[in-house]
Ligand binder design. Sequence first.
Ligand code: SF4
Length: 442
Amino acid sequence: MALSGIQIYKMLPQTNCKECGFPTCLAFAMKLAAKQVELSTCPYVSEASKAQLAESSAPPIRLVTLKGIGTEVKVGNEVCLFRHEKTFYNKTGLFVRVKSSQSDIAATVAKAEAFKVGYVGMDFSVDGFTVEADEPSKFADAVKAVRSASKRPLILISKDPAVLSAGLASLAGETPLLVGADASNWEALADLAKTSKAALAVSADSLEELAALTEKIKAKGVDDLVLIPGGKTMGESLAKSTQIRRLALKNFRALGFPILTFPGDAGSAMRESLFAAQAVTKYAGFVVLNEFNPELMYALLVLRENIYTDPQKPIQVTPGLYDINNPKPESPVLVTTNFSITYFSVANEVESSGLPARLLVVDADGMSVLTAWAAGKFDAERIAKAVKSFDIESKISKKRIVIPGHVAVLSGELEEELPGWEIRVGPREAVDLPAFMKQALN
Ligand code: SF4
């Protein structure tokens, strides 16, 4: 049963020493009740209180960390059903499957490993690889082949503990995820997960059976569990994933674990794409794709980024003066805000045009141009302050700046804030900037 912040506060030392980073014990207690801090952050909790608080302070969905060689993927620790209620914390791990019968494992993995793409200033890549023992005698060599091409965390699939053991032999010091435990073999696989310090994925036909299995496996001392609820259709899978998340958030500990899905089991590549997108948005901790497809991977990575960013914190770039295409003193100065998507829209259009320019990025609390203007975060005063603080005048030969067309209304005020400057109103859309620069700024 979850405790309220006040109930937790009564068990804290109440000295307000601030060592936890919060101004008071009550503030810390409120954060603990919201599952946004670890109890261990306070060094002064008594052993008796720790025991009482353990249940309440544990996250409703266990954090499971898979480790490769110097790499790791964390999933779980989520605290809400809908992203806008708070935020989703640990992004779905996207894994690519190879099978032990394949002859080109190292080359396949190397190709996926080399996949690196950028999106609004962030670099994306595959999270890890899954090795399935469809030909058990080749499993150990298949794991070695994957390891020869990637250091990322691994998921190993087999129902046979001996086969999994052979694969684990080349993963000393790592924390892979073992997949294959069900009602028929859970004891042997739980023993193997415990001795090898691996996480263990468990499958069952119903949520009741799944919950019963996790309780038995936890009693054997394996805590890092992952659920495979399955589902013959996308609808059934969605229903099961949603029920698991709802029950976990109500502190039903037997289902308080991340979910693993195999969208490729749905059939065609098209269905795999749809299923994978559903899994990313609705509660999957791990998604294993049948094969590496760069187009699908990119779409899922972008989708994931949009789901797992804090809706209360826009993605921002650092305010400043950015050179594009080696500008000269006479090159124009364009103004925009520090909302990432706005910045990259403008920067990409100008960069691909080949025209030299300077882009003045004004601190607008990470909002887009119109939103920031409406909120009073992008006005003549802020723009003028940025012009002065980044010392633009020393870098240019012509005192002229171009403001976005959406805020043409600011031009008069800006003339007053920046006497001696020519204020030009640019186009409303970034896509029209190159034509504007060619035609209006010569
Ligand atoms: S460290 Fe502990 S005792 Fe100190 S303020 Fe934080 S909760 Fe209170």
